[in-house]
Design a protein around this ligand. Structure first.
Ligand SMILES: [Zn+2]
Ligand SMILES: [Zn+2]
Length: 398
């Protein structure tokens, strides 16, 4: 039998185990860089499979190497990545496996990704004799904005051996069950964070002429920023500027001398990204100066565009055809959400896919990062088969 057919069948057989793992992680969600319980369970499973395991990579990350039997020294290495962190959201689902950690919830499906990674490890370990190289399994902490991918890269996850390709997935509740999104080029956007601090002069609410009102200055800046996408970005390009937090003052009758704004920009190219940053800073400092205030703009970084290579997407497409069938493969318009798998893809080009996780006929799906988020667990074996299959095929074709 073809190795992909074998993998597909074995992944289906793992279903009860995948659900048990996923629900356990769901009950015990952990925030980024605090995934000690999760990492412990992952590491114990990888040890049990007889793999070489490193823990504490990028603080709470876990890495294992699956080596093919009797492979040459220069055999290729492929990286598979699974994220493990949860979000600061209080779960509203009334399910048997609901979060037991108040205020923390797996509301993005990373519990499913971690379970998929454990399933992939099990299948790859079982078929080492058919593996034509090495597979580096990367269980990453802190995907949700805290820089877990870079932390692991800085800790050497891409060295010894160096992977020549990387693959990863995100389960997606907005897509029909087991539909697979595979496409070359950008799928998700570069997502960056910025902060602005406006400084004025405090004073009595009744004597504004003796103050420089930081709240008012920040408000003008906020409104002016919304002209950047409309009037500076080429209409053929895509960009987002969103300010999610504006903090100023403590009392109703005191004019504040300080306002703090936190926001995000999204883009698909470095040209647009630098245009946005330049215009944000220029407008802020010149508007503040016009009011006699000062403004300090800080770029807090983020993650690059999530791009799949032509070859990576072509390989993934062939694998998906055998796992789910041609009719279940689709393409979508790129989305403005960010994903730090981009850091791995930038250094080891490959493919990032989405796997549909909602039975559209059964119930209305709840979006990611929502207190009622949940997904259809029947996508778990599909995720396992797709990534294990991609690793096998990549090493075969190299
Ligand atoms: Zn998320
Ligand atoms: Zn996510």
């Amino acid at each position: 039998m073809n190795i992909l057919d074998t993998i597909r069948i074995e992944a289906e057989q793992l279903y009860p185990q995948l659900v048990a793992w996923r629900r356990d992680f769901h009950r015990h969600p952990e925030m980024g860089f605090e995934e000690t319980r999760t990492a412990g369970i992952v590491a114990a499973h990888l040890h049990y499979l007889g793999l070489e395991v490193s823990t504490g990579v990028g603080k709470t990350g876990v890495v294992a190497l699956v080596e093919g039997e009797a492979i040459p020294e220069d055999a290729p290495t492929v990286l598979l990545r699974f994220d493990m962190d949860a979000l600061p959201i209080h779960e509203e689902n009334d399910v048997e496996y609901r979060s037991q950690n108040p205020g923390v919830m797996h509301a993005c499906g990373h519990d499913g990704h971690t379970a998929i990674g454990m399933g992939v490890a099990q299948i790859l370990a079982r078929h080492r004799s058919a593996l034509r190289g090495r597979v580096k399994l990367v269980f990453q902490p802190a995907e949700e904005g805290a820089g877990g991918a870079l932390a692991m890269i800085n800790d050497g996850v891409l060295r010894d051996p160096i992977p020549s390709a990387s693959f990863g997935l995100h389960l997606w509740s907005g897509l029909p069950l087991n539909q697979v999104i595979v496409q070359p080029g950008p799928l998700w956007a570069a997502a960056d964070m910025f902060r602005l601090t406006v400084r004025g002069k405090a004073g009595h609410g009744a004597m504004p002429h003796e103050t420089v009102d930081a709240t008012l200055v920040a408000s003008h800046i906020l409104v002016a920023w919304q002209s950047i996408v409309a009037r500076n970005v080429n209409p053929q390009d895509t960009a987002v500027i969103s300010v999610g937090s504006m903090q100023s003052g403590n009392a109703y009758n005191v004019i504040s001398d300080r306002a703090d704004l936190l926001g995000t920009i999204r883009s698909f190219s470095t040209e647009v990204q630098s245009l946005l940053l330049r215009r944000l800073e220029d407008l802020a400092t010149s508007i503040a100066a016009g009011f006699g205030a000062t403004a300090r703009f800080e770029f807090l970084g983020g993650c690059p565009v999530t791009v799949s290579s032509e070859e990576g997407a072509a390989l993934m497409d062939r694998v998906a055809e055998q796992i789910v069938g041609r009719q279940q493969i689709a393409q979508i318009r790129p989305m403005m959400v960010g994903e730090d798998m981009a850091e791995f893809l930038k250094r080891a080009p490959g493919c990032f896919i989405l796997v549909g996780a909602s039975d559209m006929a059964v119930k209305q799906h709840s979006p990611h990062h929502n207190p009622t988020f949940d997904f259809d667990e029947r996508m778990l074996p599909t995720g396992v088969a797709l990534l294990a299959g991609a690793a096998f095929r990549y090493l075969q074709e190299r």
